[in-house]
Design a protein around this ligand. Structure first.
Ligand SMILES: *Cc1c(COP(=O)(O)O)cnc(C)c1O
Length: 386
């Protein structure tokens, strides 16, 4: 028997199931017994509950967060010849959906402190072909929505919030998902609200767009066997809707748990004298950061060694994201170069996300920071030896 402490995971997707097992099992059993696994009543009920939660007029469930972005683009009639502005520093799905619908992605660099798309950079990228901008609320914190909406209004294009990582986040007193023309969520297990599989959601305040989104998720059909649009099967599975309905009332409590954990990391990092080694995540004014990730920066020279050292010590961590989307192989034809988006590229070289989830214990967080301290101290003695 080894007396090594148990590894600290990035997130514990089973903790919420363990806590809610009787309710989740009952909800799943109810759907199975009803035989209504496609578009059952739980889907409509979940849509009503999430629309209320987000403060949006309509919520339409869908298969996953990637489909949510595709649905938003389809409902806004965006396709070949159109340009969509997005950050180069986000999960691939944001870019993949733009490419899938045939539009041209146009990257705008990010802000160094929030990692979110920079409104000033958006303004530089607007052309007569711009049809939409996709601000991604990265790591749990909203992008600068007012400034972004002002640019969109000035030029007459749409805002699509990619809120996949930020369910429940607040900007100037309103939840995300209530701002853009169409807004996108994912309920992938590790998101703020996660199911035990794939699921997603779009929200809108526009009745006409809501009708189109409903049609697009169901083969473009408003009347069965009559197809107004070329939609696809992007429906939300009823089993997941039922599971998510059990979890939704807990999500604010879980966000509070994430915020508490982030505040504890801040204190532990300062207490260990690591505030010079790490740059802690910035919580910007007028926003409630939901800390889907707790992402620090270290110097580029030591980042990969730190990741390796943490993992060897049983501390999970990850680099979201190591390569800017403008440099991905699938968009080589766009001809982007290293150096074009310096802030995003610097983020790719310096970020590390530490384990965070609502149920993380003080003890687990202490071990994460202790291991980081050990690594930082090692660097100091190396420098002294040199
Ligand atoms: C997770 C995620 C998505 C995609 O969601 P899936 O449900 O995995 O398809 C899209 N955008 C961002 C920023 C994400 O983090």
């Amino acid at each position: 028997m080894s007396d090594r402490p148990a590894p600290v995971p990035m997130c514990d997707v089973n903790a919420q199931y363990r806590a809610l097992q009787p309710e989740i099992d009952a909800a799943v059993a109810r759907v199975l017994a009803s035989g209504l696994a496609i578009n059952g009543p739980d889907v409509a009920a979940f849509e009503k509950e999430t629309a209320e939660f987000c403060g949006a007029k309509h919520a339409i469930g869908c298969a996953n967060g990637t489909d949510a972005i595709l649905l938003a683009l389809a409902a806004l009639d965006i396709g070949p010849g159109d340009e969509v502005i997005l950050p180069p520093f986000t999960f691939f799905a944001t870019l993949g959906s733009v490419l899938r619908c045939g539009a041209t992605p146009v990257f705008a660099d990010i802000e160094p402190d929030s990692f979110n798309i920079d409104p000033k950079e958006i303004a530089k990228k607007v052309t007569a072909r711009t049809k939409a901008v996709i601000p991604v609320h990265l790591f749990g914190q909203c992008a600068e929505l007012d400034a972004i909406q002002a640019i969109a209004d000035q030029h007459g294009f749409s805002v699509i919030e990619d809120a996949a990582q930020s369910f429940g986040a607040v900007y100037r007193g309103r939840r995300c998902g209530s701002f853009g023309a169409v807004n996108c969520f994912s309920f992938y297990p590790s998101k703020n609200l996660g199911t035990l599989g794939d699921a997603g959601l779009v929200t809108t305040n526009d009745d006409r767009l809501a009708k189109k989104l409903l049609a697009y998720r169901n083969h473009g059909s408003e009347v069965k066997y009559y197809h107004k649009y070329v939609g696809w099967n992007a429906r939300l599975d009823t089993l997941h809707a039922a599971i998510l309905r059990v979890k939704l009332p807990k999500v604010d409590e879980w966000i509070a748990g994430r915020r508490d954990a982030a505040a504890r990391y801040d204190k532990l990092i300062d207490g260990a004298g690591l505030d010079g080694f790490f740059q802690r995540p910035a919580s910007l004014p007028n926003r409630l950061h939901t800390f889907n990730q707790y992402t620090v920066r270290v110097t580029a020279e030591r980042r990969d060694d730190l990741v390796k050292f943490l993992r060897e010590g049983g501390i999970s961590c990850d680099v979201y994201y190591p390569l800017g989307l403008h440099r991905q192989e699938c968009v080589r034809h766009l001809g982007h170069r290293e150096g074009e988006f310096p802030i995003a590229e610097e983020a790719c070289r310096t970020v590390v996300s530490l384990p965070i989830f609502p149920e993380i214990s003080v003890e687990q967080q202490r071990r994460v920071v202790e291991r980081c301290s050990a690594f930082a101290a090692m660097g100091q003695s190396l420098r002294r030896a040199a």
